[in-house]
Design a protein around this ligand. Structure first.
Ligand code: NDP
Length: 330
């Protein structure tokens, strides 16, 4: 079985020398454990944070050991009650072909209810992030105008569509290519979208949201956050989900210069972590599951094949190679 190890902590953009794909023995399950053959692996922007030694909400990856991440696989041996060979489970032993772990860390998923990869994306962690961040952290309500960055990605594409389905007055998205912008407007039903690489974010946002924004869902930080503060309406809310534009910085990025606008607007900026909102999981699946099944909420996945391409898939997320959730298929 092959697994990815972190060899050294990347400085700036991760380089392939910082990682190695190594051969490891498959360990049979001890009492209470299961052995799983992974079928789909998740690669996510937050993994960049775990590659550094800085203290954060999850421990850094340990050097010379298998990295971790979300994964869905099939149980091939079980020494645990309630989980049988042939069951499919969602778990945290990603970045490897086979994983042996405590069955308490496995959540059974139904391959007949939805494609297995969706438990990592539209019906999984990134979906709940969109749902909780928009509805709870940003206190979205019907009639709000919503701006979301990273709008063609896993979280962002779902934020915009949930807002629309729940009665947003206007949904605006930004993304990094003209094709992604076209997808947002023509397929996902965004009212306006722009390519942030085509010019000033502030100017393009002013044009796309002439009446301002009530909610900004931030996936990017930097110029996007500053532009959104500039267009914020009275009682506006900004949910800080991610700041992908700074994850590879070696120096702290400058903060927005226009924070005084929060006084005028009585605006609020709040960060959140999806891990604090799993109490919404069943409500999320009940509400969003049918939208996904009926096609009212659309999603894309970018699928990269093979454990040997796991690292490239991760780097691809940081570069914007993906449209929707980036998935590694084994
Ligand atoms: P995405 O599927 O959105 O992939 C990341 C996207 O970011 C890329 O496709 C790329 O698209 C865009 N991007 C990369 N660099 C830049 C840049 N410099 N400026 C603007 N856009 C950039 O990933 P996720 O949906 O998984 O995650 C989206 C955000 O949500 C991330 O910031 C992530 O860290 C955060 N997150 C936070 C969670 C939480 O609990 N708070 C949980 C899950 C995710 P493009 O082509 O448009 O540039």
């Amino acid at each position: 079985s092959r697994e990815w190890h972190l060899l050294s902590r990347p400085v700036g953009w991760p380089k392939s020398e910082d990682f190695a794909l190594v051969e490891a023995e498959i360990r049979q399950p001890a009492a209470g454990e299961v052995l799983v053959r992974n079928k789909f692996l998740s690669v996510d922007p937050y993994m960049r944070g775990r590659m550094s030694a800085a203290k954060s909400y999850v421990a850094p990856f340990e050097l010379g050991k298998a990295m971790q991440g979300g994964a869905v696989g099939e149980v091939v041996a079980s020494a645990a009650d309630g989980i049988a060979v042939g069951d499919h489970v969602l778990h945290f032993g990603g970045w490897r072909e086979y994983a042996t772990f405590d069955a308490k860390q496995a959540v059974k998923v139904d391959p007949d209810a939805a494609p297995l990869s969706t438990y990592l994306g539209v019906l999984g962690m990134t979906g709940l992030t969109a749902y909780a961040g928009l509805l709870r952290t940003a206190s979205f309500k019907e009639g709000d105008s919503v701006f979301v960055s990273g709008a063609a990605g896993a979280v962002g594409s779902q934020v915009g569509q949930i807002a629309k389905l729940k009665g947003a007055s206007r949904v605006i998205g930004s993304a990094g290519s003209d094709d992604k912008v076209k997808l947002l407007v023509e397929e996902y039903g965004f009212d306006a979208a722009f390519n942030y690489k085509n010019g000033s974010v502030a100017e393009q946002l002013r044009e796309a949201a002439p009446d301002g924004v009530d909610v900004y869902f931030d996936n990017v930080g930097g110029d996007h956050l500053e532009a959104a503060i500039g267009q914020l309406n009275r009682d506006g809310r900004i949910a800080v989900c991610g700041m992908i534009s700074v994850y590879n910085n070696t120096e702290p990025a400058p903060g927005p210069k226009n924070l005084a606008r929060l006084i005028q607007t009585r605006g609020r900026i709040q960060g959140f972590l999806v891990g604090d909102h799993y109490d919404l999981q069943s409500q999320f699946v009940q509400e969003v599951g049918p939208w996904v099944a009926s096609g009212a909420l659309k999603y894309r996945e970018t699928v990269v094949e093979g454990i040997e391409n796991n690292l490239e898939a991760f780097l691809g997320v940081l570069r914007g190679d993906n449209t929707g959730k980036m998935i590694v298929k084994l």
